[in-house]
Design a protein around this ligand. Sequence first.
Ligand SMILES: [Cu+2]
Length: 575
Amino acid sequence: MNLQLDSNEKIVSRRNAVLAAASTFASGLFVASHSNSDDVAERGLLTRDSGNVPPTPFEFTPFTRPLPIPVVKQPLAVGNPPYEPGNVSHGIAPEYFDRSVAESPELNWFERYPTQYYQMSMQHALHEYIPGVRTPVLTYDGTVPGPTYRARVGQPKVIRVTNSLDLEGSVHLHGGHNPAHSDGYPNFYVLPGGARDYFYTNTVPMRDGVADFSESPSTMWYHDHAMDLTAFTCWFGLYGFYLAYDDLELDLIRSNVLPGDPFDIPVVVQDRRLNADGTLFFDPLDHNGTLGDLWLANGETQPFMKVQRRKYRFRFLNGSNARFWELRLSNGQPFIGLGRDTWLFPEAIERETLLLAMANRADVVIDFTDAPPELYLENILLQNDGRGPDGKLDDRGVQIPGVPLMKFIVEDASGPPNAEVEVGTPLRPHHAISPADVVVTREFNFMRRKGAWQINKEFFDPALANATPQLGTAERWILRNGSGGWWHPIHIHLESHQIQSVDGVPAAGVDRFKSDTVILGPGTEAEILMNFRTFRGPFVFHCHNLEHEDMRMMFVLDPRVEGTVAPQPVERVFL
Ligand SMILES: [Cu+2]
């Protein structure tokens, strides 16, 4: 254990690890290739904000390949058999054996909904970001994105993750409320050649002794969270969707209020950049944030999607390392907002644009009923480096076209009856956290120091619990961005947070409800409220610019039965 290393040594070790991992791609294990497909120079649609880095040198015709939909992962077995660890080196969460901590007694979920068992592999693969260019990637189950999990709230899953890569992994279910053992703590590893069993209870926290369905999850995603390597492993492909449905949401779908299959579509938007040999560009010495010049939807560069004249549900996820997106439809039509991050809104809300910091989700409906035959999902944010957005395309007072990310081709085919959701449709009740319930206020200052990224003048240390709230209480956290010009989206594991104010202005619009990743713009101070429930730590909170996270802008959140105000050592009950 590297408890004695000083911060500079830690950072050097991260660099070495990333470089060693990257070298496996250059070792001849994979050779990227580019077939002589007909290159067409229609790439003027893309921005080329490449700074000092050469742009992706391949030409292609956008909107000629369909949007891929990740496969839905199927369980290997369903039931409540005794746990069989086999050769799983890191076993399973203690909560698997004592489920009372996560189950409302009157629901008896674990009897009604037997556990689903899965196996998923971390493995090498080749992926075509550009037609004919085979690019080595890291994957879950061989695809980018990985498979989509669908969960029923109340029905647990055990996912055995095996690792055939030559670097450590740690799977984080982003936006989930799950045991610490299964939360992707940065050094709770799936070791190379080993395996780890992730236990997802898929429950909701308790409120006054009963299950609080205002906390039911909808749109989550999983991704690698290994210490110092997250920017590299996510950039190379280790992520996928995890969608959950409770009775309320299933009723909305069954009663045709919300679109269900096949009109409920997860879409991860990302940027990537390729080298001349077809490999992914990645500079492990870039601490500021990796940007790309290819616009991806579900791993495909600028795809199209054929849609019917009806409503579709899209779960947009910003899966980029460092790029912010603000999405809009090219015909000026607004979205019907259903939710943000993991959770549904109390009612459907009209949204002109969707601002997505890294890891944010926007759960929306697009109504194509009266749409033109062709329209685009486009990005209007300018961004030239990892610092953050540099403005919007139409900031000059002139409406100019956004940069198209995806094309919709509207067909007249008839399908099932249209979904009834419209602005104002009731969705999920919301229980606000009262400031009167707060027992502790903590302050965290996010800053650039010593050539890297810190919180309260400290680098991440996995052995130090920086915040140890008492389970069953509420806290106020003040998140302050002191670094000149830099944007930091702050993600807090385990619990939703409620944004009270930003720079003293009370939260408005979609900020009024639940988030798991709050945007700290330059010089910004956010006040958020959180409950701490169900699971003891350790968890983490961090900047979701992945290069900032790896360069140690991360702290340990360790809820305990007995909370403390001062930092404490991490209780390593299990790894
Ligand atoms: Cu940051």
